[in-house]
Design a protein around this ligand. Structure first.
Ligand code: ADP
Length: 219
Protein backbone atom coordinates (compact mmCIF):
# COMPACT_ATOMS: atom_id res chain seq x y z
CA UNK A 1 0.00 0.00 0.00
CA UNK A 2 1.30 3.47 -0.80
CA UNK A 3 2.05 5.66 2.17
CA UNK A 4 -0.69 8.11 3.07
CA UNK A 5 0.02 11.73 3.84
CA UNK A 6 -1.93 12.07 7.08
CA UNK A 7 -1.38 15.50 8.62
CA UNK A 8 -2.76 17.14 11.74
CA UNK A 9 -3.04 20.90 12.10
CA UNK A 10 -3.14 21.84 15.76
CA UNK A 11 -3.47 25.26 17.38
CA UNK A 12 -5.72 27.45 19.45
CA UNK A 13 -9.01 28.64 18.07
CA UNK A 14 -8.22 31.51 15.70
CA UNK A 15 -4.62 30.38 15.13
CA UNK A 16 -5.25 30.07 11.40
CA UNK A 17 -5.92 26.33 11.10
CA UNK A 18 -8.72 26.75 8.58
CA UNK A 19 -6.72 29.09 6.35
CA UNK A 20 -3.61 26.91 6.34
CA UNK A 21 -5.61 23.72 5.93
CA UNK A 22 -7.30 24.98 2.76
CA UNK A 23 -3.96 25.84 1.15
CA UNK A 24 -2.17 22.66 2.22
CA UNK A 25 -5.00 20.43 1.04
CA UNK A 26 -4.81 21.97 -2.38
CA UNK A 27 -1.00 21.70 -2.56
CA UNK A 28 -0.94 18.06 -1.47
CA UNK A 29 -4.26 16.99 -3.03
CA UNK A 30 -5.67 15.56 0.17
CA UNK A 31 -9.12 16.23 1.65
CA UNK A 32 -9.67 18.71 4.48
CA UNK A 33 -11.32 16.89 7.35
CA UNK A 34 -12.60 19.45 9.83
CA UNK A 35 -14.72 17.99 12.62
CA UNK A 36 -16.00 21.51 13.35
CA UNK A 37 -17.29 21.82 9.76
CA UNK A 38 -18.86 18.35 9.86
CA UNK A 39 -20.64 19.18 13.13
CA UNK A 40 -21.73 22.64 11.99
CA UNK A 41 -23.12 21.17 8.76
CA UNK A 42 -25.07 18.61 10.79
CA UNK A 43 -26.56 21.44 12.88
CA UNK A 44 -27.45 23.39 9.76
CA UNK A 45 -29.07 20.34 8.16
CA UNK A 46 -31.07 19.65 11.32
CA UNK A 47 -30.04 15.97 11.35
CA UNK A 48 -30.30 13.76 14.45
CA UNK A 49 -26.60 14.38 15.09
CA UNK A 50 -27.12 18.11 14.57
CA UNK A 51 -29.93 18.24 17.13
CA UNK A 52 -27.80 16.40 19.62
CA UNK A 53 -24.77 18.71 19.34
CA UNK A 54 -26.26 22.15 18.57
CA UNK A 55 -26.28 23.48 22.13
CA UNK A 56 -22.82 22.06 22.82
CA UNK A 57 -21.35 23.92 19.84
CA UNK A 58 -23.12 27.13 20.75
CA UNK A 59 -21.67 27.05 24.28
CA UNK A 60 -18.18 26.28 22.93
CA UNK A 61 -18.00 22.96 24.77
CA UNK A 62 -16.55 19.76 23.40
CA UNK A 63 -18.68 17.08 21.78
CA UNK A 64 -18.03 13.61 23.25
CA UNK A 65 -15.05 11.60 22.05
CA UNK A 66 -17.35 8.74 20.99
CA UNK A 67 -19.31 10.94 18.58
CA UNK A 68 -16.34 12.62 16.91
CA UNK A 69 -14.24 9.45 16.77
CA UNK A 70 -17.03 7.73 14.91
CA UNK A 71 -17.46 10.65 12.48
CA UNK A 72 -13.77 10.58 11.65
CA UNK A 73 -13.65 6.81 11.30
CA UNK A 74 -16.53 6.98 8.80
CA UNK A 75 -14.82 9.79 6.90
CA UNK A 76 -11.65 7.70 6.53
CA UNK A 77 -13.62 5.09 4.59
CA UNK A 78 -14.45 7.48 1.77
CA UNK A 79 -12.57 7.15 -1.51
CA UNK A 80 -10.86 10.54 -1.41
CA UNK A 81 -9.31 9.80 1.98
CA UNK A 82 -7.26 6.89 0.69
CA UNK A 83 -4.31 9.14 -0.26
CA UNK A 84 -4.25 10.73 3.16
CA UNK A 85 -6.12 13.48 4.97
CA UNK A 86 -5.52 16.77 6.68
CA UNK A 87 -7.15 16.75 10.11
CA UNK A 88 -8.24 20.15 11.42
CA UNK A 89 -9.84 20.26 14.87
CA UNK A 90 -9.28 16.56 15.47
CA UNK A 91 -7.89 15.10 17.64
CA UNK A 92 -8.40 17.54 20.48
CA UNK A 93 -8.25 15.24 23.48
CA UNK A 94 -5.79 12.51 24.40
CA UNK A 95 -8.65 10.01 24.10
CA UNK A 96 -9.22 11.10 20.49
CA UNK A 97 -5.50 10.90 19.71
CA UNK A 98 -5.37 7.34 21.03
CA UNK A 99 -8.47 6.39 19.04
CA UNK A 100 -6.87 7.91 15.95
CA UNK A 101 -3.74 5.80 16.40
CA UNK A 102 -5.91 2.71 16.64
CA UNK A 103 -7.82 3.71 13.46
CA UNK A 104 -4.77 4.40 11.32
CA UNK A 105 -2.47 1.61 12.48
CA UNK A 106 0.99 1.56 10.92
CA UNK A 107 0.19 4.02 8.17
CA UNK A 108 -0.45 6.65 10.79
CA UNK A 109 0.10 10.34 11.34
CA UNK A 110 3.11 11.69 9.45
CA UNK A 111 3.27 15.16 10.98
CA UNK A 112 1.47 17.28 13.53
CA UNK A 113 1.79 20.98 12.76
CA UNK A 114 1.24 23.28 15.73
CA UNK A 115 0.34 26.86 14.80
CA UNK A 116 1.69 28.85 17.69
CA UNK A 117 -0.12 32.14 18.39
CA UNK A 118 -0.36 34.07 21.70
CA UNK A 119 -3.71 33.99 23.47
CA UNK A 120 -4.21 37.79 23.28
CA UNK A 121 -3.94 37.67 19.50
CA UNK A 122 -6.35 34.77 18.98
CA UNK A 123 -8.91 36.37 21.28
CA UNK A 124 -8.76 39.50 19.18
CA UNK A 125 -8.93 37.52 15.91
CA UNK A 126 -11.96 35.50 17.07
CA UNK A 127 -13.98 38.49 18.21
CA UNK A 128 -13.51 40.26 14.90
CA UNK A 129 -13.95 37.12 12.75
CA UNK A 130 -16.86 36.82 10.34
CA UNK A 131 -17.45 33.78 8.12
CA UNK A 132 -19.35 32.91 5.00
CA UNK A 133 -22.02 30.40 5.91
CA UNK A 134 -21.80 28.77 2.48
CA UNK A 135 -18.11 28.46 1.60
CA UNK A 136 -16.43 29.17 4.93
CA UNK A 137 -14.29 32.08 3.72
CA UNK A 138 -13.30 34.17 6.72
CA UNK A 139 -13.35 37.95 6.93
CA UNK A 140 -12.70 40.61 9.56
CA UNK A 141 -15.53 42.74 10.91
CA UNK A 142 -14.10 45.78 9.10
CA UNK A 143 -14.12 44.06 5.67
CA UNK A 144 -16.71 45.18 3.14
CA UNK A 145 -18.09 41.62 2.95
CA UNK A 146 -18.70 41.60 6.70
CA UNK A 147 -20.38 44.99 6.60
CA UNK A 148 -22.58 44.13 3.61
CA UNK A 149 -23.14 40.55 4.84
CA UNK A 150 -22.36 39.09 1.40
CA UNK A 151 -19.42 36.86 0.51
CA UNK A 152 -17.42 38.10 -2.50
CA UNK A 153 -16.34 34.53 -3.19
CA UNK A 154 -19.72 32.80 -3.48
CA UNK A 155 -22.45 35.33 -2.64
CA UNK A 156 -23.34 33.47 0.58
CA UNK A 157 -24.32 35.13 3.86
CA UNK A 158 -21.43 36.43 5.96
CA UNK A 159 -22.20 36.01 9.65
CA UNK A 160 -20.57 35.92 13.08
CA UNK A 161 -20.26 32.31 14.29
CA UNK A 162 -22.50 31.66 17.28
CA UNK A 163 -19.42 30.57 19.26
CA UNK A 164 -17.38 33.67 18.37
CA UNK A 165 -18.90 35.69 21.24
CA UNK A 166 -16.90 36.49 24.41
CA UNK A 167 -18.28 33.80 26.71
CA UNK A 168 -17.97 30.93 24.23
CA UNK A 169 -14.52 32.17 23.17
CA UNK A 170 -13.39 31.99 26.80
CA UNK A 171 -14.82 28.48 27.18
CA UNK A 172 -13.18 27.24 23.97
CA UNK A 173 -9.77 28.62 24.90
CA UNK A 174 -10.02 27.14 28.40
CA UNK A 175 -10.98 23.77 26.94
CA UNK A 176 -8.07 24.04 24.55
CA UNK A 177 -5.61 24.58 27.35
CA UNK A 178 -7.04 21.75 29.45
CA UNK A 179 -7.82 19.09 26.83
CA UNK A 180 -5.85 19.86 23.70
CA UNK A 181 -2.53 21.31 24.83
CA UNK A 182 -1.47 17.90 26.23
CA UNK A 183 -1.40 16.70 22.62
CA UNK A 184 1.76 18.76 22.09
CA UNK A 185 3.71 16.34 24.31
CA UNK A 186 1.76 13.36 22.94
CA UNK A 187 2.98 14.07 19.39
CA UNK A 188 6.27 15.60 20.56
CA UNK A 189 7.26 12.37 22.28
CA UNK A 190 6.57 10.51 19.04
CA UNK A 191 8.85 12.85 17.08
CA UNK A 192 5.90 14.03 15.00
CA UNK A 193 5.45 17.61 16.24
CA UNK A 194 6.59 20.77 14.54
CA UNK A 195 5.71 24.20 15.89
CA UNK A 196 5.37 27.10 13.50
CA UNK A 197 5.00 30.77 14.43
CA UNK A 198 1.41 31.60 13.46
CA UNK A 199 1.89 35.32 14.02
CA UNK A 200 3.15 36.09 10.53
CA UNK A 201 1.51 36.41 7.12
CA UNK A 202 -0.53 33.36 6.02
CA UNK A 203 1.84 32.86 3.05
CA UNK A 204 4.89 32.83 5.33
CA UNK A 205 3.23 30.31 7.63
CA UNK A 206 2.50 28.08 4.61
CA UNK A 207 6.11 28.36 3.41
CA UNK A 208 7.43 27.30 6.81
CA UNK A 209 5.12 24.30 6.95
CA UNK A 210 5.93 23.19 3.40
CA UNK A 211 9.63 23.43 4.14
CA UNK A 212 9.26 20.95 7.01
CA UNK A 213 7.07 18.61 4.95
CA UNK A 214 9.75 18.65 2.25
CA UNK A 215 12.69 18.24 4.67
CA UNK A 216 11.02 15.20 6.18
CA UNK A 217 10.55 13.70 2.73
CA UNK A 218 6.78 13.52 3.17
CA UNK A 219 5.84 15.11 -0.16
P1 ADP B 1 -12.73 26.07 16.98
O1 ADP B 1 -11.48 25.24 16.97
O2 ADP B 1 -12.48 27.47 16.56
O3 ADP B 1 -13.52 25.95 18.24
P2 ADP B 1 -13.99 24.16 15.19
O4 ADP B 1 -14.69 24.50 13.93
O5 ADP B 1 -12.78 23.29 15.09
O6 ADP B 1 -13.67 25.57 15.82
O7 ADP B 1 -15.01 23.48 16.20
C1 ADP B 1 -16.25 24.08 16.54
C2 ADP B 1 -16.90 23.29 17.65
O8 ADP B 1 -17.18 21.94 17.22
C3 ADP B 1 -16.08 23.10 18.93
O9 ADP B 1 -16.18 24.18 19.82
C4 ADP B 1 -16.71 21.82 19.52
O10 ADP B 1 -17.95 22.08 20.12
C5 ADP B 1 -16.98 21.00 18.27
N1 ADP B 1 -15.83 20.14 17.90
C6 ADP B 1 -15.10 20.21 16.76
N2 ADP B 1 -14.13 19.27 16.74
C7 ADP B 1 -14.26 18.57 17.90
C8 ADP B 1 -13.55 17.49 18.47
N3 ADP B 1 -12.51 16.93 17.85
N4 ADP B 1 -13.95 17.04 19.70
C9 ADP B 1 -14.99 17.59 20.33
N5 ADP B 1 -15.70 18.62 19.85
C10 ADP B 1 -15.35 19.12 18.65
Amino acid sequence: MTSRLNLIVLGKQGAGKGTQSAVLCEKYAIPHVSTGDILRNAVKAGSELGKKVASILEAGDLVSDDIVNQLVEERFKEADAQRGVLLDGFPRTIGQAEALEAMLGDDGIKLCINLDVPIELVTQRLSSRRVCQECGTTYRDSDVEAISGTCSNCGGDVIQRTDDYPEAIRTRLMNYERDTEPLLSFYGSRGLLVSVNGDQSPADVTDEIMKVVHERGLA
